[in-house]
Design a protein around this ligand. Structure first.
Ligand code: ZN
Length: 292
């Protein structure tokens, strides 16, 4: 979406009331702070809020179906960070995720570690995100917000500059990190936190792995939870966590229901630097990085 200058003036005037719109030449500072961030977004604002955002990475594959079944049975909506090559193989599951009210998000085409190698290969970096975008965007609602999570959480500020120059990808919020599910930790023989992929590497059962997730969630009282939906145990893990959290009164949200992330949404006027409409510094645009 690109607003006409007339619409922009109308928006600015609405924000400012009767204040004069003309007179400033610079692009507002906030506009340059939006888009992809130079560092991952670590702060979710959900800790101590008794609110959970479940996020499922790396799918979809055949095991994702059971995860969806469990979420549906508990009437919980989540966010799925999609890998393009997985979606290519499982298009029906990709469509099912969206159809059941979950939020699709971008986790790259082939899950590479986004190292400095990409600094000198911007086309490949852009391809890694555009390939997924082209698969998920047609399944998303106009009101859905675009989010990206970097594979392995690995990110460089140079990547932000490259992706923000892309007219489609600049509309993303990210990279999104997580509060819960990052690693396994033990204390006095108790599992204090879990990371699902590492649980399976240790040959733990879903029930044992769930103990770490539950203890960490209760300890920090909410947050963005990292899990994966592509393992044989994934469905059982969700079934061992979600009903307990529901029972304990936790609220479940998709990432686009988290007010903390609104500040990162990309203003719609940002690419229009060339036809530089003068706007005052205190103009703030809301809900702007919708699906294009
Ligand atoms: Zn991943």
């Amino acid at each position: 979406m690109r607003l006409s200058n007339f619409a922009l003036i109308a928006v600015a005037a609405a924000v400012l009331g009767s204040a004069a719109v003309a007179g400033e030449r610079a692009v507002p500072a906030q506009m340059e702070l939006a888009y992809f961030q130079k560092a991952s977004i670590f702060h979710s604002g959900l800790r101590d809020a008794h609110t959970i955002a479940l996020t499922f990475d790396d799918g979809p594959n055949a095991y994702t179906a059971r995860v969806l079944d469990v979420l549906k049975a508990n009437n919980v909506k989540a966010t799925f960070f999609i890998v393009g090559k997985m979606a290519q193989t499982h298009p029906a599951l990709l469509a099912r995720i969206a159809a059941e009210g979950h939020l699709l998000a971008n986790h790259s085409a082939s899950h590479p570690e986004l190292t400095g190698h990409f600094d000198n290969d911007p086309e490949t970096l852009i391809y890694q995100l555009r390939e997924v975008h082209d698969q998920i965007a047609p399944l998303m609602k106009q009101t859905d917000v675009l989010y990206f999570r970097a594979p392995y959480g690995y990110w460089r500020s140079a990547h932000a500059a490259i992706l923000n120059a892309d007219p489609v990808l600049r509309n993303y919020v990210g990279p999104i990190y997580w509060d819960i599910g990052g690693d396994i930790s033990m204390h006095d023989g108790y599992i204090m936190s879990s990371a699902d992929w590492d649980c399976w590497r240790h040959k733990w059962s879903a029930q044992v792995c769930a103990k770490g997730y539950l203890r960490e969630i209760r300890r920090v009282n909410g947050g963005v939870v990292l899990m994966h939906c592509i393992h044989a145990q994934s469905g059982d893990l969700v079934a061992s966590i979600v009903p307990a959290m529901v029972e304990e009164g936790y609220t479940f949200v998709r990432l686009d229901q988290n007010p903390e992330y609104k500040q990162y949404e990309t203003p719609p006027t940002a690419p229009v630097v060339a036809d530089a409409l003068p706007l005052p510094h205190n103009v703030r645009f809301i809900a702007s990085n919708r699906v294009k």
